[in-house]
Ligand binder design. Structure first.
Ligand code: ATR
Length: 281
């Protein structure tokens, strides 16, 4: 870890993505910093895909010590790193970068641990032996498959608009259990125990067309995207009377706490932030 900055000069962190304006990460890391008495600032950096490499390296050269990475850069970030943690290497996707004084860029992926923590601890869901459907095969989906499979699911189905990517992703994790890749149209019942939306379709106000029979009265629907009110995915699951429809606020806060730990060596409490978000968001 880097030595702390001189007193008075806050250490710089932030989020790179496209878009990022909707992000609550500055609020979350601001609360963590206050609660743990860490002198840091956390900013948003909107970087278009073509500029990702150059602009991200420029941020580190200018003194930034750590970045979170969001849509659509998680896979490009994995390629930029000098080192990857085991879980980031497995995912080939990075959502957290730490920049060290010897100029090493270390990539980690805290999405999976964030999701599992929210599902198990905050929502009290049991994952073992469940049939799970994951929508999307981009950087967000990559980060959560390994940690989900470690929970000994009965099956994981990865469905994606571009079927090649779903099949390729399923193949990468086939050593961990039964993972199948397919198109949305190929999906069929019986209803899944858990459906997780890891597409970025909601950012464009869209929900992919889904066949009937995927949601039953026991199905839990989890939208990894978040925002105020309903998303196209939560509207879909509510219209089908899912047992529980929820958005990824808990995952967002839990993955942020893991990133904060990587950067600062201190694990902040998440419950106060979750409570504050429930009031603000
Ligand atoms: P992220 O880091 O959020 O995963 P990404 O790597 O750009 O971002 O991946 C976006 C995912 O959302 C992909 O699975 C993408 O499907 P494709 O692989 O077919 O591109 C999916 N996605 C984005 N917009 C979508 C839409 N309108 N309908 C369905 N899927 C969509």
């Amino acid at each position: 870890m880097n030595a702390p900055s001189e007193a008075g000069t806050p250490d710089q962190y932030g989020l790179v993505g496209h878009p990022v304006a909707h992000s609550w990460s500055p609020f979350i890391h601001g609360m963590f910093a206050k609660a743990t008495a860490q002198n840091l600032v956390y900013r948003l950096f909107d970087i278009a895909p073509d500029d990702f490499r150059r602009e991200t390296l420029r941020l580190f050269a200018s003194g930034v010590r750590g970045l979170n990475v969001t849509v659509p850069h998680k896979q490009a970030a994995a390629e930029l790193m000098n080192e990857l943690t085991t879980r980031a290497a497995r995912a080939q996707a990075v959502n957290t970068i730490a920049f060290f004084e010897d100029t090493t860029l270390l990539g980690d992926n805290t999405d999976g641990v964030g999701l599992i923590c929210d599902l198990e601890r905050n929502l009290q869901l049991e994952l073992a032996d469940k049939r799970v459907l994951l929508l999307g095969a981009g950087g967000a989906a990559r980060g959560v498959i390994g940690p989900l499979m470690e929970r000994e699911l009965r099956t994981l189905t990865v469905a994606n608009r571009t079927p090649f990517k779903a099949r390729k992703l399923a193949g990468e994790f086939a050593d961990m259990g039964q993972v199948v890749g397919c198109t949305f149209a190929e999906l069929q019942g019986p209803p899944y125990d858990l459906i997780i939306n890891a597409t970025s379709a909601g950012l464009q106000g869209e929900m992919p067309e889904m066949p009937a029979g995927l949601v039953g009265e026991a199905t839990v629907c989890y939208d990894m995207t978040y925002g105020r009110g309903n998303t196209p995915f939560t509207l879909w699951s509510r219209s089908l009377h899912a047992r529980l429809t929820t958005k990824g606020w808990g995952m967002l806060v839990e993955q942020a706490a893991e990133s904060f730990f990587l950067w600062r060596g201190i694990r902040p409490a998440t419950q106060p932030v979750l409570k504050a978000l429930a009031q603000h968001a």
